[in-house]
Design a protein around this ligand. Structure first.
Ligand code: NAD
Length: 502
């Protein structure tokens, strides 16, 4: 395994990293934290420090919220014509595209993912968000409503309609697993709606958010419309969630943090909250499926990005007639995956985000094995590093933590089933409801399963297919609301009813 220090090949990524000490954006200024403190950005593969970002906290969040509020009041963005706003969003997409290789390299160095994941999936996905919501800006229409009111003065009429107005100052808090695309999923609709934003990237992966803010300014976004405060969740994130000057928090991250954000919103100003949270998504393989395709699809659904994907297919249910073949097939796939530094072109699976996280994944696996599970393959961490071998556990029971809790690593738990109703019940026996995969050649079984499974996204004979047009989000404790798709813009709008006697 080649985890040694790697350097980016693009001049733009080299130039960005050469700065060493990065600054965050508040209003028109690139600043250090008020405290002067910083956090290290670390390449999780090599452990090397890539640079430092400001350790923003409550005082910085306060300034950023004031800058966002002032920009919102001023209206340079909010009141700009739809065509002008759309042009800036398209320009952001163009500038991102012009440095797509550099953005992918920065993401790999900061997050660990194999370069191809950023270059061919996530950065294009981020760009697509800006293009998709650029198209939405000109379609934010209210409605004229015929009412049942009949008590207006004689000779008068009632004229009623709705306006759709930007919600105001949005706090966007995002996680580290797919930093740039998850950030774009917040920023693109919020900016399209005319809001001002304070973005708090994850402490482990702030670099591409800072570069995106530079791109947004270069694209013509007025000052104060996008502010970025880097820092810890417990400091900058919590301060944003508590801030009475924030009208809405849009959050992607763990269910635990989502709950604390809801509590902070309730305590402070009842700000609106939308939440994209964790998952423990089932993958169901029926005996009549194209088994080779199902094996490859199920394996990819849990090992892609090292399993650090909210919709990862982490619970496998295979019909008993094909169970052994499926488990062996996925285990073979896992054994063949090449671990290494994300910038090494041979790498198929990178490190986890940090050594701490790898230790957490190892604890889950150890507890599962102690409880009676068997590791068909994997199960170990590489010598204290952030690398964890892709793992398949069998002999699990529904009460085990490895089956119930989100591990957020390359760990699959496998269970056989006999009946349709049984596998639906097993799939739904979860606090989460983010996604599911169903593999079958029966059209009717596929659509009956899609209807019966409690999840925000159902994939049939595929997994991990995303598009800016497809709503994504969770049922149950996987979240509130949806990102992507045209309805996502409603997260950032208020409906105002105007009722007049004319
Ligand atoms: P996390 O909840 O620890 O952190 C997410 C973000 O919240 C980070 O920016 C962090 O700094 C911030 N934060 C932490 N504590 C906070 C607090 N008290 N107040 C405000 N902000 C706080 O999650 P993570 O470990 O970074 O990310 C992994 C999680 O994200 C997984 O549970 C995964 O399923 C979830 N996720 C969900 C989706 C989705 O679309 N549903 C997508 C990606 C990731």
């Amino acid at each position: 395994m080649n985890a040694a220090t790697h350097r980016p090949s693009t001049a733009a990524a080299q130039e960005f990293l050469a700065r060493g000490n990065h600054r965050m954006l508040i209003g028109a200024d690139w600043r250090e934290a008020a405290s002067g403190e910083t956090l290290a950005s670390i390449d999780p593969a090599s452990g090397e420090i890539l640079g430092h970002v400001p350790r923003g906290a409550a005082a910085d969040v306060d300034e950023a919220v004031m800058a966002a509020r002032s920009a919102f009041r001023d209206g340079a963005w909010r009141k700009a014509t739809p065509a002008a706003r759309a042009a800036v969003l398209h320009r952001i997409a163009e500038l991102m595209e012009a440095e797509i290789d550099a953005l992918a390299e920065l993401e790999t160095l900061d997050q660990g993912k194999p370069l191809y994941v950023g270059r061919w999936a996530e950065i294009p996905g981020a760009i697509a968000q800006f293009r998709y919501f650029a198209g939405a800006v000109s379609k934010l229409e209210g409605t004229q409503i015929p009412t049942g009111i009949d008590y207006q003065p004689p000779g008068k009429e009632v004229f009623a309609y709705t306006l759709r107005e930007p919600i105001g100052v949005v706090g966007a808090i995002v996680p580290w697993n797919s930093p740039l695309v998850l950030t774009a999923m917040k920023l693109a609709p919020a900016l399209a709606a005319g809001c001002s934003v304070v973005l708090k990237p994850a402490e482990d992966t702030s670099l591409t958010a800072l570069r995106l803010a530079e791109i947004a300014r270069a694209a013509g976004l007025p000052s104060g419309v996008l502010n970025v405060v880097t820092g810890l969740g417990s400091e900058a994130g919590a301060a944003l969630a508590e801030h009475p000057g924030v009208d809405k928090i849009t959050f992607t991250g763990s269910t635990r943090t989502g709950r604390s954000i809801v509590e902070a919103a309730a305590r402070s100003n009842l700000k609106r909250v939308s939440l994209e949270l964790g998952g423990k998504s089932p993958v169901i393989i029926f005996g009549d499926a194209d088994i080779d395709a199902a094996i490859a699809g199920a394996a990819n659904s849990i090992f892609f990005n090292g399993g650090q994907v909210c919709v990862a297919g982490s619970r496998l249910y295979a019909e008993r007639s094909v169970y052994d073949r499926v488990v062996e097939g996925i285990a073979n796939y896992a054994r063949g995956l090449k671990l290494g530094h994300g910038l090494d072109s041979a790498t198929q699976i990178g490190p986890l985000i940090s050594r701490t996280h790898a230790a957490r994944v190892a604890d889950y696996v150890r507890a599962g094995i102690a409880g009676g599970a068997e590791a068909v393959t994997g199960g170990e961490r590489h010598q204290g590093s952030a690398f964890f071998n892709p793992t398949v556990l069998t002999g699990v029971t529904p009460d085990m933590a490895v089956v119930r809790e989100e591990i957020f690593g390359p760990v699959l738990v496998a269970t056989p089933f006999d009946e349709f109703d049984e596998v639906v019940a097993l799939s739904n026996d979860s606090d989460y409801g983010l996604a599911a995969g169903v593999w079958t050649s029966s059209l009717s079984r596929a659509h009956r399963a899609a209807a019966a499974i409690e999840a925000g996204t159902i994939w049939i004979n595929t997994h991990l297919m995303f598009d800016a047009s497809l709503p994504i989000g969770g049922m149950k404790q996987s979240g509130w609301g949806r990102d992507s798709g045209h309805q996502a813009i409603a997260n950032y709008l208020e409906t105002k009813t105007v009722c007049a006697v004319i």
